[in-house]
Write a protein that binds this ligand. Sequence first.
Ligand SMILES: *[C@@H]1O[C@H](CO)[C@@H](O)[C@H](O)[C@H]1NC(C)=O
Ligand SMILES: *[C@@H]1O[C@H](CO)[C@@H](O)[C@H](O)[C@H]1NC(C)=O
Ligand SMILES: *[C@@H]1O[C@H](CO)[C@@H](O)[C@H](O)[C@H]1NC(C)=O
Ligand SMILES: *[C@@H]1O[C@H](CO)[C@@H](O)[C@H](O)[C@H]1NC(C)=O
Ligand SMILES: *[C@@H]1O[C@H](CO)[C@@H](O)[C@H](O)[C@H]1NC(C)=O
Ligand SMILES: *[C@@H]1O[C@H](CO)[C@@H](O)[C@H](O)[C@H]1NC(C)=O
Ligand SMILES: *[C@@H]1O[C@H](CO)[C@@H](O)[C@H](O)[C@H]1NC(C)=O
Ligand SMILES: *[C@@H]1O[C@H](CO)[C@@H](O)[C@H](O)[C@H]1NC(C)=O
Ligand SMILES: *[C@@H]1O[C@H](CO)[C@@H](O)[C@H](O)[C@H]1NC(C)=O
Ligand SMILES: *[C@@H]1O[C@H](CO)[C@@H](O)[C@H](O)[C@H]1NC(C)=O
Ligand SMILES: *[C@@H]1O[C@H](CO)[C@@H](O)[C@H](O)[C@H]1NC(C)=O
Ligand SMILES: *[C@@H]1O[C@H](CO)[C@@H](O)[C@H](O)[C@H]1NC(C)=O
Length: 417
Amino acid sequence: MMKLSMARGSLLLLTWFAVLGCLQAVTLEVKERNSTCIKAELSASFSITYNTSSGLRTVQVPLPDRTTVDATSSSCGTVGSLQWLVATFGSGHTIGLSFSTNGSLYNVATLTLQYNLSDSSTFPEANSSAVVTVVSASVGIWGAINTTYHCVSPISVVVGGQTVTFSDMRLEAYMPGNDLSPKLICAADQVSTTTPTTTTRTPITQSPTPTPPGTPKRGVYSIRNSNGTVCLLAQMGLQLNFSYVSQSQNKTMQEIFNLTPNLTISSGSCDSRRATLVLTQDRTTTLNLIFSLNSTTNKYHLSGINMLANWSDMTAPFSASNTSLDYLRTTLGRSYMCDAEQTLAVVPSFSLNTFRLQLQPFGVTTNQFATAEECQMDQDQMLIPIIVGAALAGLVLIVLIAYLIGRKRSQAGYQTI
Ligand SMILES: *[C@@H]1O[C@H](CO)[C@@H](O)[C@H](O)[C@H]1NC(C)=O
Ligand SMILES: *[C@@H]1O[C@H](CO)[C@@H](O)[C@H](O)[C@H]1NC(C)=O
Ligand SMILES: *[C@@H]1O[C@H](CO)[C@@H](O)[C@H](O)[C@H]1NC(C)=O
Ligand SMILES: *[C@@H]1O[C@H](CO)[C@@H](O)[C@H](O)[C@H]1NC(C)=O
Ligand SMILES: *[C@@H]1O[C@H](CO)[C@@H](O)[C@H](O)[C@H]1NC(C)=O
Ligand SMILES: *[C@@H]1O[C@H](CO)[C@@H](O)[C@H](O)[C@H]1NC(C)=O
Ligand SMILES: *[C@@H]1O[C@H](CO)[C@@H](O)[C@H](O)[C@H]1NC(C)=O
Ligand SMILES: *[C@@H]1O[C@H](CO)[C@@H](O)[C@H](O)[C@H]1NC(C)=O
Ligand SMILES: *[C@@H]1O[C@H](CO)[C@@H](O)[C@H](O)[C@H]1NC(C)=O
Ligand SMILES: *[C@@H]1O[C@H](CO)[C@@H](O)[C@H](O)[C@H]1NC(C)=O
Ligand SMILES: *[C@@H]1O[C@H](CO)[C@@H](O)[C@H](O)[C@H]1NC(C)=O
Ligand SMILES: *[C@@H]1O[C@H](CO)[C@@H](O)[C@H](O)[C@H]1NC(C)=O
């Protein structure tokens, strides 16, 4: 079943495998005049889609341990200016992070990825030999000055349609000394480390429950731009419906799994045409929602869903991906709302049920939802009271008319006497 779904999703995010599996950590350091200004210890993996003569192909490229800092492009900047960490690997591939600060916080201002399609061992059968550069200005990584940004959980950033996933990341810019400052644990990790069940990975919480879990709780999620403004808003209850082979029971289980908002950590990114929301629960279940904006029609939609579950009872991690979906289509400048339960089919072995949903992945202003476009089901449900009301009104009218006619007749009767 897994093989089937893997073959289906042409853009399957194997990134998650790479991230949760064994990736090497690299240490990158930018120095100037003997003092370090940027230090990063991280694992990274790139999911890159390119053209071949037989169609699109996606490869997973890990950041190799032989990655080196490009001293000429990297810089500690002058006071108040950007700092740059530029690292090169393989045959002319580059990843660059620029940092900015406002005195109390620093953040990743841009993430640049450059890849060389003529490297045929990394990009087999590419029909172009170009060096492609993609940039994202909404990365969502920031920390307080004099602290290290530390995140064990994977962080995905969509860069010009490609995905960069960092994990086990320690990062500091505008460093006061040559060693990393005390850690500032990222919000993503705080939730799960305070939950004892997740760190011990006991199978108890993940053993298949025979009874359906009921309606999921509604979670409230938001994603911020690099400049701190909220760019994606979502409120929804989410239920995963998928099948996997249970180790303990030696059979295929149909699992109905509710995401628990207070155990779920959210991350993601916003570009001008693409926004992603990544929800991770217990570090073992990850759901990735990808929204696309068509700037010609000024409509956006949910274009991709990826899911990875690596539970202790599974014979193999469950993975499903479909990036050619067309759900929740809405006009730019509006939010999408659906109170009723909706089922979004992803692959035959996985579907997503949504409850009390409202979201807006583009055009968010002042941290608030714009006017909602309601789904058809809600509109239909609103019609029911209207129809019932109209029917009742009609009935009252008929009774009234009958009464008036009856009275007229009886009055007429009296008069003739
Ligand atoms: C799944 O989790 C196990 C530990 O529980 C880990 O060893 C393994 O690498 C994980 N696999 C994937 C694909 O993430
Ligand atoms: C750089 O630091 C090392 C040891 O910390 C020291 O030996 C060396 O003299 C310094 N170089 C300069 C140019 O300051
Ligand atoms: C593939 O080629 C087509 C046509 O040249 C182009 O429109 C598209 O953007 C390319 N896709 C990628 C991922 O490079
Ligand atoms: C590469 O292939 C795509 C279709 O897969 C095609 O549209 C595009 O024109 C090709 N580009 C070159 C430079 O051959
Ligand atoms: C791109 O890769 C090709 C083949 O590996 C190599 O010859 C070329 O120098 C690379 N380009 C850059 C800019 O490094
Ligand atoms: C830096 O930005 C943060 C968040 O936008 C803000 O809370 C803080 O006051 C700013 N600091 C300065 C010195 O402007
Ligand atoms: C950071 O630490 C350095 C040296 O310890 C100190 O001079 C500076 O004021 C600190 N900055 C902030 C914003 O705390
Ligand atoms: C923040 O960035 C977004 C796009 O990345 C831009 O539209 C917005 O104007 C920026 N806001 C501020 C306050 O700079
Ligand atoms: C879960 O998926 C299965 C198979 O598609 C379907 O038969 C079942 O009704 C779904 N259950 C829920 C609660 O959505
Ligand atoms: C699992 O079930 C299959 C058939 O359903 C059987 O052949 C196999 O021996 C079972 N394995 C275990 C460990 O019970
Ligand atoms: C999560 O919410 C449930 C019920 O709302 C509560 O019982 C539980 O303690 C919460 N867990 C955490 C880690 O906050
Ligand atoms: C935008 O929508 C138009 C009309 O549906 C379609 O022809 C076009 O391919 C779409 N563009 C993108 C980038 O999806």
